[in-house]
Design a protein around this ligand. Structure first.
Ligand code: C5P
Length: 306
């Protein structure tokens, strides 16, 4: 029986990888990454309240595609945090989605990060950022960044984060695709492709980091780079057309977001973003478009109601 009616709501951003260099498959089933994460203004909201048992409900963008069982990352976050704190996770988790589901923008990871921050507050645990980060990394490679936000270099599985100096605000258009892509399938496709193609030399994030330091959107557009793009476009050839359309319509740069299938286009201003979004819609090369800016903060409490 709930002892309080308190609700805590946390807002968590989506991410796009400005650079993703994928190394070799490791013994633990993960790949060593060098990646530059960038948090953008598409958000999920995670609300928690005490209840008789653990449950999750979903509304918003792609609500029918989010699992409601134990595989839901917010549910897993509640179980893991409860276990660590010795608290039975008898809570109702409400997810309001603004981040495309299975789109390569870390929406599931955002929900996990949001649940950690919300439950830490609901349960009055007062965990440090470091302690939350450690639990987050156990839940998935992208969960620590959803806590962190901003623009950060990710090493290891992507979970070892360092903030990077990024000047300015960057304006984005995201082209959402019909249906998602499975992250493990995209990594497996990259391994298969590399096994019989000559893999290109290992690339470096230096051009992206330099552009960010200088606040140079044009240079950043030219430097956007994602090793997973070749795999995502092999699994979903239609993405080539989407990426090409964005470039033809004047984007400063284009890249598949994470493991896809969302495509990200960098433009010079908020007005340019609206123009490109309308043109991409009219070109019929995607299911839907969203505009956003970055960097934005990581998971943060936006409301507490007692
Ligand atoms: O960490 P996360 O649960 O997001 O990873 C999902 C899957 O993506 C992993 O099981 C693995 O197949 C792949 N992955 C990888 N290398 C990484 C991150 C993810 O191979 N650095």
């Amino acid at each position: 029986v709930p002892t309080t009616d308190t609700t805590v709501t946390v807002r968590v951003p989506a991410k796009v990888n400005l650079f993703l260099g994928c190394g070799l498959l490791r013994g633990d089933g993960f790949h060593d990454l060098t990646t530059v994460f960038h948090a953008v203004s598409l958000f999920d909201e995670v609300t928690v309240r005490e209840d008789d048992e653990l449950s999750v409900e979903v509304s918003g963008e792609g609500e029918g595609d989010v699992p409601l069982d134990e595989t839901n990352l917010a549910v897993r976050a509640a179980r893991l945090l409860g276990e660590r704190l010795g608290i039975r996770p008898e809570v109702r988790i409400s997810l309001h989605k603004g981040i495309p589901v299975a789109g390569g923008m870390a929406g599931g990871s955002a929900d996990a990060a949001g649940a950690l921050v919300a439950l830490d507050a609901l349960w009055g645990a007062g965990l440090t950022r470091e302690a939350l980060h450690a639990v987050a990394a156990e839940l998935g490679s992208d969960v620590p960044f959803a806590l962190h936000g901003g623009t950060a270099l990710g090493l290891g599985r992507g979970d070892q984060l360092t903030s990077v100096l990024a000047r300015g605000v960057y304006h984005w258009v995201f082209a959402l695709a019909e249906g998602g892509l499975s992250t493990p399938a995209v990594y497996a496709e990259l391994d298969a492709w590399r096994a019989d193609a000559d893999p290109r030399p290992v690339s470096s994030p230096d051009a992206v980091l330099g552009a960010l330091r200088g606040g140079n959107a044009k240079a950043l557009g030219a430097a956007l780079d994602n090793d997973l793009q070749v795999a995502a476009t092999r699994l979903r050839p239609a993405l080539r057309r989407t990426l090409e359309a964005g470039r033809e319509l004047g984007a400063l740069g284009s890249v598949v977001s994470g493991s896809g299938p969302t495509c990200a286009f960098l433009v010079g201003s908020a007005a340019d973003a609206l123009t490109l979004a309308a043109s991409l819609s009219a070109a019929g090369v995607c299911r839907a478009v969203r505009t956003a800016h970055g960097p934005v903060h990581g998971a943060r409490i936006v409301a507490t109601e007692i």
